[in-house]
Design a protein around this ligand. Structure first.
Ligand SMILES: C[S@@+](CC[C@H](N)C(=O)[O-])C[C@H]1O[C@@H](n2cnc3c(N)ncnc32)[C@H](O)[C@@H]1O
Length: 216
């Protein structure tokens, strides 16, 4: 029998790889030193961490990773996977709501941000909760270094349109929009990697959309 959810919810807070929303505040501006890496990659809505783990194995020792995820049981699973793949020294997780992201990272601290298959939040009155709504983009702009990149993937065409419209109102610049990501090549670095949800969407025949954004 597996470990009960209630036990995972408690145990996850004892993992040294895990930060609470409160403890992450103390690490703002110090993530690279903490991880002993030159570059910092952050994923918002990292789920069970599959993408970060595969990216860490691809990237080598000079890149550190932080996953932000509000569901603690998913973070529990992510930490188990990190340990199993021996990449736990370079990956950390913050359990909390990404609305606080600009308090967890100092201005210009982050080299790359990833948002992949975020909950689309279709209710019109709740648009501000979408992870690509303008208030979020302004926070991402603050923590990204100049020339830093934000990568966004979704399987919802309306969410792609919403995201593009938000970016156009923000200080960020669109570099590229791709509507046929299932055709991407296997030699495109982290862009070649598939997330857990992406695999499911592709199996169900859904299209994958991608936007690359830059902080000028
Ligand atoms: C559909 S899942 C995708 C997970 C992963 N990115 C993937 O592609 O496999 C979206 C994840 O984002 C997390 N999430 C959504 N909004 C969030 C927020 N405001 N702060 C932190 N996590 C959030 C959810 O808890 C969920 O685990």
């Amino acid at each position: 029998m597996g470990i009960p959810r209630a036990q995972k919810k408690q145990e996850v807070w004892t993992f040294p790889e895990v930060f609470s929303a409160q403890s992450a505040l103390q690490t703002a501006g110090k993530w690279r030193t903490h991880l002993n890496t030159a570059r910092l990659v952050v994923e918002v809505g990292s789920g069970r961490g599959q993408f970060l783990i595969e990216y860490a194995r691809l990237a080598g020792a000079d890149t550190g990773f932080v996953g932000i995820e509000r569901k603690s049981v998913r973070v529990w699973s992510a930490v188990q996977f990190c340990r199993a793949h021996s990449v736990n020294t370079r990956i950390r997780f913050i359990i909390g709501d990404a609305q606080q992201i600009d308090q967890w990272f100092a201005p210009e601290e982050v080299d790359e941000l990833w948002i992949q298959f975020p909950d689309p939040v279709p209710t019109p009155g709740k648009w501000h909760r979408r992870l690509t709504a303008l208030p979020f983009l302004e926070k991402y702009h603050r923590i990204l270094r100049r020339g830093g990149t934000l990568h966004i993937k979704t399987d919802e065409d309306w969410f792609l349109d919403f995201t593009i419209a938000s970016i156009e109102k923000s200080p960020l610049q669109i570099v590229e929009v791709r509507r046929d990501m299932h055709r991407r090549r296997p030699d495109e670095g982290p862009l070649s990697l598939w997330t857990e949800y992406e695999r499911q969407h592709v199996q169900h025949g859904r299209e994958i959309y991608y936007v690359q954004v830059r902080k000028p």
